[in-house]
Design a binder for this molecule. Structure first.
Ligand code: IDC
Length: 530
């Protein structure tokens, strides 16, 4: 009995030691083996693909995602993804027992050539609905959502990432929502993910172009190699003139964006840089519609729109350009309609940009309809003090009734108690002629500082034919009084006032052939105004 017991104890001991030995050997093998993930990074395309996408999906910011992609590039893996779509959830919330969230989609194209006819497929699940979408068209088939370009973003240019495409969806639960994480890029209807190996040559070209672009960005606009802001600094209003930091008369000139919600791709450093370097512009106006088609106060995505304004202000600032933030009152007619939002907006903007001496605020683009000067004036008298809390002397442009034509009426009853206030006069040369020019000269004669914060040479619809004679008459007046002006509009929309030809999808670096007739005329005008 004792012997047997001893034998059993020995067997158990041997078994325990054997198990121990196996575990230790296993651990040693695991430790000595080369890192599996590292290895995969070097020789497995799918792993890099998944990681790149998962990182972006996990809620990384674009900048982080780009940094990580950049690291991949520096490692020089031949399977690095050059072309792909990704989807990121930026915001999500409970919604009456369901779960909703915003998904931002981007398409990265790090190859040396443009991508055309893109579409992106995202498996959102059969029960998930799409509540809204922007900068894309959507269709759903069996749980798979297809996003397709709208009129102005069908091309992803070489070495660019197409952003600002978004959807809001509602899923049956949070976990269903969280499953949405995969976006697949299609080009010409075929699944498309290009790796470096696929495109060794394209990558070389792309790199050369990037280096060239970087070199160029150092190029400044004037002969001394300085930006407009470096030369002229903070501006102010003296009598009816804008003067620079040295007290010299100064003229602001440059283009206005179209509605940024509709043409967000032109709110960019490269776009503005082309206007600075090729056109001689020293200013950009950023137009944010408040009412039209989901405008800021009419169902628009406020955070998204403020983000675009911020991109624009920062791009202009980096380029040493002046920038107008325009609260684009139009269809609602009377700025009083969305005054509460305007007060919040300008409170936030003036706080955010209080140290930006290149920023100008335009508080109501074009009052019209029944909006009288008394309505506009009392609106301005509420908005101006809110801005002044943060920005004691920033230039503020106030719109005038009748689509910013009635500067003569404002001149009879100007806003008092504040410096650096200007008044908007707008013209479209085929429609607005001597009668409106007379209003401008009358107002200036009465000491009112006038800013032509929007103009074009076609008719008031933004379309129709160009009137070159009236355009010249307007620019004679602008030259006589050294008036500052912003030109409507930076887009390739098929209408006369668009500065870019409707057949051109580039968002910067246009040749003259890629400009519209209006674009060519204004490029020449802006370049030659000194
Ligand atoms: C026009 C745009 C056009 C857009 C329309 C929306 O050119 O593409 O569909 O607005 O209402 C203005 C306005 C400006 C107008 C422009 C031309 O400030 O927003 O843009 N215009 O109609 N005042 C006079 C003319």
């Amino acid at each position: 009995m004792d012997d047997n017991k001893q034998k059993n104890t020995n067997k158990i001991l041997i078994a325990v030691i054997a198990i121990f030995a196996v575990v230790i050997i296993g651990l040693l093998i695991a430790l000595l083996k080369p890192d599996k993930e590292d290895k995969k990074d070097n020789d497995n395309t799918d792993t890099v693909t998944e990681e790149t996408l998962t990182d972006a999906k996990a809620g990384d910011t674009d900048a982080q995602a780009e940094d990580e992609t950049q690291e991949d590039t520096e490692e020089g893996t031949s399977n690095e993804l050059l072309c792909y779509a990704s989807v990121t959830s930026t915001n999500s919330w409970e919604n009456n027992g369901k779960y909703s969230g915003q998904l931002d989609v981007s398409i990265t194209n790090k190859t040396g050539s443009d991508i055309k006819d893109w579409s992106v497929k995202i498996d959102i699940g059969k029960d998930t609905t799409v509540d809204s979408f922007w900068n894309c068209n959507t269709s759903k088939d069996n749980g798979v959502l297809t996003l397709e370009p709208v009129e102005y973003n069908g091309v992803v240019s070489a070495n660019q990432t197409l952003k600002d495409i978004g959807i809001i969806v509602t899923a049956s639960s949070e976990s269903e929502f969280k499953k949405i994480s995969n976006a697949t890029l299609y080009v010409d209807g075929k699944e498309y993910e290009l790796t470096k190996e696929d495109s060794e040559e394209a990558t070389t070209d792309a790199k050369e172009e990037t280096t060239e672009a970087e070199d160029n960005s150092q190029k400044k606009t004037d002969d001394n190699g300085k930006t407009p802001f470096e030369v002229h600094g903070k501006l102010s209003v003296n009598g009816t003139d804008i003067v620079d930091k040295n007290g010299n008369k100064f003229q602001l000139k440059g283009p206005s964006t179209h509605g940024i919600a509709w043409f967000p791709d032109y709110v960019s450093y490269d776009t503005f840089k082309t206007f600075r370097d090729d056109w001689g512009a020293n200013m950009i106006r950023i137009a944010m519609y408040t009412h039209e088609s989901g405008g800021y106060s009419n169902g628009g995505d406020k955070e998204y729109l403020k983000g675009l304004v911020d991109e624009g202000v920062n791009a202009a600032t980096d380029l040493g350009m002046y920038v107008i933030v325009d609260w684009h009152v139009l269809q609602e007619q009377n700025p009083q309609v969305y005054k509460a939002d305007a007060l919040d907006f300008f409170n936030e903007m003036s706080e955010k940009y209080k140290d930006y001496d290149n920023v100008i605020f335009e508080i109501c683009n074009e009052p019209n309809g029944n909006a009288a000067w008394s309505d506009v004036k009392s609106y301005a008298e509420e908005v101006i003090p809110v801005i002044r809390e943060n920005c004691p002397d920033t230039i503020i442009i106030v719109g005038t009734p009748t689509w910013s034509q009635d500067v003569d009426i404002a001149a009879n009853d100007p806003i008092t108690g504040y410096d650096n206030i200007m008044y908007a006069a707008h013209f479209y040369a085929s429609t607005h002629k001597d009668a409106i020019r007379n209003k401008v000269t009358t107002a200036i004669g009465k000491g009112l500082p006038v800013f032509i914060s929007e103009c074009s040479i076609c008719d008031a619809s933004g379309n129709g034919s160009i009137d070159y004679n009236e355009a010249d008459a307007w620019f004679n007046l602008i030259d006589d009084y050294n008036l500052s002006y912003a030109v409507w509009n930076i887009s390739n929309k098929d209408e006369t006032s668009s500065l870019i030809s409707s057949s051109c999808n580039k968002t910067s670096g246009w040749t003259d052939d890629e400009l519209s007739e209006t674009g060519k005329w204004f490029k020449n005008q802006i370049k030659n105004d000194n």
